[in-house]
Design a protein around this ligand. Structure first.
Ligand SMILES: [Zn+2]
Length: 326
């Protein structure tokens, strides 16, 4: 089938090889993050299920339409729930897999969801706080981000009473290899990189890597709970490697150029925050902005910048939180 045979408002399907698709989140849909759909020949493997059940349903349908069978395995790349809030769109014919650490983090998030369901007032107040800020905010870069967040979380609040979570059925530790009749997929488990526990998929015969959130292309990465040195090591490993096609967790499909750009952003921000901390003070370090060309990524991305600076200050002061949940 061609790329155009399955349409969703939540994502765009991109065929990367025969039987290999990237589902790339649209700006206005409810997917928010990207997913992988892979035909193994005798079964279908999917990685990640998006940020909502609505988008997850379309993902499942796309996989079923593409390969005419149920999805056998759904692999969860890391604990951030924008990659697995759509799990409940998949039924028991799909086995959901994650590492034990990701399962533990998901169980914590499931508890929080339950609390929000029982007491939506807090959630409502939090959204109201963003609306109040938007009404006085004059920086368009913040305005765009706040508008997007308010829209997203108002949808979450409206659908909260019916929201269901599905947790993994099985866990794995370390690298795994899946061999189908059509291709081989390697699941590489790297521990704390972008989050407290990350994995990604390599299709060695196709030269394609589904990086999950080790990749953010043409946008700022989210570094809030990362290990910057481990992350750089993973990027360098791919830059030195033989594969040329990379699917990020956020942003469009890219190659080594996009990976190198991501690393440059991380290096530039670390340098800037570090110099400002030592030459001026922490207050000034909280106000830094990335140099060109990365300043173009700030439209709608000021919240992420704030989280990244916050992380870098802690990292540079040697105060990284080792008990962080995500
Ligand atoms: Zn993430």
């Amino acid at each position: 089938m061609s790329d155009k045979d399955f349409e969703s408002v939540h994502f765009q399907l991109k065929q990367l090889a025969d039987g290999v698709y990237a589902a790339i989140a649209t700006e206005d849909g409810l997917a928010y993050s990207n997913a992988a759909i892979i035909n193994m020949g005798d079964q279908t493997i999917v990685m990640d299920s998006f940020n909502s059940i609505e988008a997850g349903r379309d993902l499942r349908e796309a996989a079923e339409v593409l390969f005419d069978r149920a999805v056998s395995k759904l692999i969860i790349s890391h604990p951030h729930d924008d990659h697995w809030n759509g799990n409940a769109a998949f039924d028991e014919s799909t086995t959901i897999l994650s590492t034990p650490a990701v399962l533990t983090a998901m169980q914590e998030t499931a508890k929080e969801w339950q609390e929000d369901k029982e007491n939506p007032d807090e959630y409502q107040k939090w959204i109201q706080g963003m609306k109040d800020r938007l009404s006085t905010e004059e920086d368009p870069r913040w305005q765009v981000g706040l508008e997007r967040s308010i829209k997203l979380y108002e949808h979450v609040l409206a659908t909260l009473p019916d929201f269901e979570l599905r947790l993994p059925d099985e866990t794995f530790q370390g690298n795994q290899t899946f061999v189908g009749t059509k291709r081989k997929v390697e699941l590489i488990s790297v521990g704390p990189v972008h989050s407290t526990d990350d994995c990604y998929l390599v299709l060695p015969d196709d030269g394609i890597v589904f990086l999950a959130d080790i990749g953010f292309f043409r946008m700022q990465p989210f570094m809030g709970f990362c290990d910057i040195n481990a992350w750089r090591k993973q990027i360098d490993h791919q830059l030195a490697g033989e594969y040329e096609v990379f699917v990020p967790g956020h942003g469009d499909v890219g190659g080594k150029a996009e990976l190198a750009e991501l690393r440059k952003y991380m290096d530039a921000m670390e340098k800037l925050v570090s110099e400002t901390l030592s030459e001026v003070d922490e207050e000034a370090a909280r106000q830094v902005e990335p140099p060109a060309p990365f300043d173009a990524w700030l439209m709608g991305g000021m919240g992420r910048l704030e989280a990244n600076i916050n992380y870098l200050i802690k990292h540079l002061q040697g105060q990284e939180d080792t008990t962080k949940p995500n």
